[in-house]
Design a protein around this ligand. Sequence first.
Ligand code: GLU
Length: 416
Amino acid sequence: MEEGEAALNVALEQLKIAAEKLNLDPGIHEMLKHPKRSLIVSLTIKMDNGELGNFIGCRVQHNDARGPFKGGIRYHPNVTLDEVTALAMWMTWKCAVVDIPYGGAKGGICCNPKEMSTGELERLTRRYTSLILDIIGPHRDVPAPDIYTDAQTMAWIMDTYSQFKGYSVPECVTGKPLSIGGSEGREEATSLGVVICAREAAKHIGLKFKGAAVAIQGYGTVGWNAAKIARDMGCKIVAVSDSAGGIYCPDGLNPVDIYEHKSKTGSVVNYKGCKNITNEDLLTTGCDILIPAALENQITKANADKIRARIVVEGANGPISLEADKILYEKGILLIPDVLANSGGVTASYFEWVQNLTREHWMLQEVNRRLENKMGKAFSAVQKIAKQEESDMRTAALMLGVGRVSEAIKTLGLWP
Ligand code: GLU
């Protein structure tokens, strides 16, 4: 099965589990299986060598019962409509779990950004924005960064959108640079939320967070910031990896040094004094807390049994298959699911949007205080359901998210 199809299967199965537990109206269950709207776009741009480059992209809007659609845009060679649909569905639950007034969406372009110049990426982003322009907007659908897109990408989207409108519309996109209305703390927010969840999970199982050994898969925005924040909070980072492989150092790594090494060499591997390991080794390495912060479907029935961490916190969306979920649960590993664990990013996006709409700029302390508050509430709410239902945290989080969305759908009623 192709990766995107696998991700969509996981998302649909998760919805089914929640629907059964909640005794969901079959009509609403059926409605939630499908996105409200999917737009596929064909993108042709001029490449630097003068030739034309052709790419396929999409924007999938899953549900907007609780507010405007919200979700990132991913640039990756494996992007498919199925994958983006799964990610859009997860955004719907995520926004509901952390209780921000948004629905869920996701966008993607199938491309290899590592082989493209800045100019090519800018032309691709602007072309994509022009083709989805009719269905996005500050009160319709608000994009944000995801894998291989960043604050600069968001700036190009804002500029393209604003040029079409004829006036500046900073609130049309989040995750922007600070100079054009971005929020303090947005870049690190997903990772801060992940580490807050890890800390709460440690408290729950009586594990001492200070000094806990942490392994992180993925050294992009989420992975590297999580390493930095976890270390600042006293954890020991024993292993990290990226798409080229990983490194292991039982005495603890300095995330900033590793970041500099990766910036110079293109990867975390071959760092002095560390043992090179594979991504597979990283997942099964001896540690207290494992943070998968890369792509979907990394922990499956093939390796779940070998996971040795006591806590797994999903920095990525959908890194664990359904079978692996069960295996981890039976092994007594506490799993903090993506829709809760990585909701700090979209929560800070919401704060950015509120600041843009009110033309205000909050201090970093204010953003982080509100983030801690939102995430803390969501964590307790999920924990409470898990206790009541005697379920794992994933089932509890999905029950909370799907339940809130279904409540909104029922309250709105149906038009016509
Ligand atoms: N791409 C991030 C996610 O998967 C952030 C989305 C957003 O801020 O809208 O949650």
